[in-house]
Write a protein that binds this ligand. Structure first.
Ligand code: PRP
Length: 212
């Protein structure tokens, strides 16, 4: 049988996922010593770790070329969910928030505000839910720059420690949603490889519950 493919978001979530897998008894040496390799063996070749960018984790799982994925709820909220989300992994905790320059009275006035974000869909949905007319400017990173440069009135971004906002004279105006890393599963794999996936999920769940 083909190895069960698990795609991980590279970077911060990758490190936490490796820690979690190790606590669940998996030898992650290949992942930790990966060099520039992107597909690494796990569990004596019964599984494979595929390292990818967050939005691509969702693409690979939706298309079924990976069975399981680890990705932030922020990416799920932005990119849709044609897959099963089966477990909150508990790490990568942060929140989606609207932030604006300190004391700028973001909600005052009647003209449509301009909002910068890496997450245009989340931004549009949030302001639609408040029946507020806004224009979104898509920014790829360091979104905090947009209000500082005068491009936008506010941003919608993830806030973890709040340090980036503080150091750049911005403040949270309103929280949108709590976020953490999730285990997602391709819909066909959930049927075809049910036992393997359920075993993996319960091993991870046992570690998470022990730590709570
Ligand atoms: C994220 C986010 C904020 C920052 C928040 O950016 O977009 O900029 O982290 O963290 P803090 O509240 O702990 O300061 P990331 O580091 O992923 O880089 P990017 O902005 O280039 O995407």
């Amino acid at each position: 049988m083909k190895p069960l493919r698990i795609t991980l978001t590279k970077g911060r979530l990758e490190k936490n996922t490796v820690k979690l897998l190790e606590k669940a008894g998996f030898d992650c040496t290949a992942v930790k010593e990966k060099g520039r390799k992107l597909i690494l063996p796990l569990a004596d070749g019964k599984m494979e770790i595929v390292l990818a960018k967050a939005a691509d984790v969702i693409t690979y799982v939706e298309h079924g070329v990976c069975d399981v994925g680890v990705v932030g709820k922020d990416t799920i909220m932005e990119n849709g969910s044609r897959f099963f989300e089966i477990l909150d992994l508990g790490f990568g905790r942060c929140c989606f928030a609207v932030a604006a320059p300190k004391n700028s009275n973001f909600y005052s006035g009647y003209s449509a505000k301009r909002i910068a974000s890496k997450y245009p869909n989340v931004t549009k949905r949030f302001f639609e839910s408040k029946s507020m007319d806004i224009n979104v400017v898509k920014i790829e990173g360091s979104v905090e720059l947009a209000p500082l440069l005068g491009l936008s009135d506010a941003i919608v971004d993830i806030v973890e420690t709040g340090e980036t906002l503080r150091e750049n004279g911005l403040e949270v105006v309103e929280e949108i949603a709590q976020i953490s890393a999730r285990l997602i599963v391709n819909t066909a794999s959930m049927k075809l490889r049910k036992d393997e996936i359920e075993t993996l999920a319960s091993q991870l769940k046992a570690v998470i519950e022990q730590e709570d």
